[in-house]
Design a protein around this ligand. Structure first.
Ligand code: ATP
Ligand code: MG
Length: 202
């Protein structure tokens, strides 16, 4: 099977993440997309994630439950730091016959060399990179060429609608009593309301 992996903090999950999953599924004819909420993402340690894994995973589940080929992966649910290279290694061990496609946005493609043992990520998956923010297709192709030549990576451009949405902006809006309807699925709006998430500064 061809598996897309959509990793993130998902604090909270939003339609940008979901569209990346949907368009990767279509463009690369994948069988499933696994949404993988991070435990304590190493590069965000200093910012301290305010929201429990339990809530972030529950919001992912609420967002994807009615799409049969979207799954929630709890591979990084154990407390402590998880690294992408390690998680991909675990997936490879456990599912030796699957082919893995790691989905990410431009900001991640440009910072990947700061990730722990990032060189070990390239042999274990194909990377699908989507545009984001001010990075245009020329910037993307330049970075893809660089990583391909330098690390023998297999990176392909994922064409998805450009959405200027981030979890950070969503958290800020809630803090300011602004609506986030249509930026996250209705089920996620409801979950945030029910659990009073993001209403106070952490
Ligand atoms: P935060 O603002 O908290 O960093 P985020 O919106 O960037 O949240 P993450 O969980 O950090 O979401 O992102 C997970 C992955 O999804 C990253 O690879 C990121 O580049 C990608 N991504 C998130 N939002 C978008 C978007 N609007 N367009 C393209 N890629 C996105
Ligand atoms: Mg981010």
């Amino acid at each position: 099977m061809k598996i897309g992996i959509m990793g993130g903090t998902f604090d909270p999950i939003h339609i940008g993440h979901l569209l990346l999953g949907e368009f990767a599924y279509e463009q690369f004819k994948l069988d499933e997309i696994w949404f993988l909420p991070n435990g304590t993402p190493p590069h965000k340690e200093t910012e301290s994630i305010g929201t429990d894994f339990k809530h972030r995973a529950a919001m992912v589940q609420a967002a994807i439950y009615d799409t049969p080929y979207f799954k929630l992966s709890l591979q990084e649910s154990k407390e402590g730091v998880h690294y992408t290279y390690q998680t991909l290694y675990e997936f490879k061990e456990r599912y030796p016959h699957h082919e893995f496609y790691f989905i990410l946005g431009a900001d991640s493609l440009f910072s990947i060399e700061t990730w722990m043992h990032f060189k070990e990520i390239f042999p274990s998956c194909i990377i699908l990179a989507a545009m984001r923010d001010d990075k245009d297709i020329t910037d993307m192709e330049h970075q893809i060429n660089y990583l391909t030549t330098r690390y023998d990576a297999d990176i392909r451009v994922l064409r998805a609608p450009l959405l200027e949405i981030s979890s950070t902006a969503i958290r800020k809006r809630i803090l300011n009593n602004q609506t986030v309807r249509y930026m996250v699925p209705n089920s996620v709006v409801q979950y945030i309301d029910n659990h009073k998430l993001y209403y106070e500064e952490t």
